[in-house]
Design a protein around this ligand. Structure first.
Ligand code: SF4
Ligand code: SF4
Length: 109
């Protein structure tokens, strides 16, 4: 099937970028996750970098959980836990963590 060209709306123009500051967790957008992908596709082998949570810094805000596109972050005893079988190392969680509690380490294969 031929691929459709993205419409103007989908193109990412620099001028279109909006910066939003969230004051409360309830202001966050709905999570953009694919539960089907997470349940059936183990994408952990794609990873070249590994996110590691520093629980001394973590404030349990769950922003990483909200933003992980593969729903690879689970909440266990009110703390985030990364399911490495499914984490593909996109680093979005580390980028979004407000206290920089997620360190990116080189994945050793
Ligand atoms: S790097 Fe973080 S955001 Fe990306 S898949 Fe892994 S846990 Fe999810
Ligand atoms: S975003 Fe950072 S501080 Fe918030 S729960 Fe995740 S690791 Fe912890």
């Amino acid at each position: 099937m031929p691929q459709k060209k993205p419409t103007k709306k989908l193109r990412n123009k620099k001028d279109d970028v909006k910066y939003i500051t969230f004051q409360r967790e309830s202001d966050l957008p709905p999570a953009a996750i694919s539960l089907a992908s997470t349940m059936y596709n183990k994408t952990g082998k794609w990873r070249s970098i590994r996110p590691v949570i520093d629980y001394q810094k973590c404030i349990s805000c769950m922003i990483c959980w909200k933003f992980c596109p593969d729903a690879a972050i689970r909440i266990v005893s009110e703390k985030p836990q990364i399911a490495l079988d499914y984490c593909k190392g996109c680093a979005i969680c580390a980028e979004e963590c407000p206290v920089k509690a997620i360190e990116l380490q080189e994945e050793k294969k």
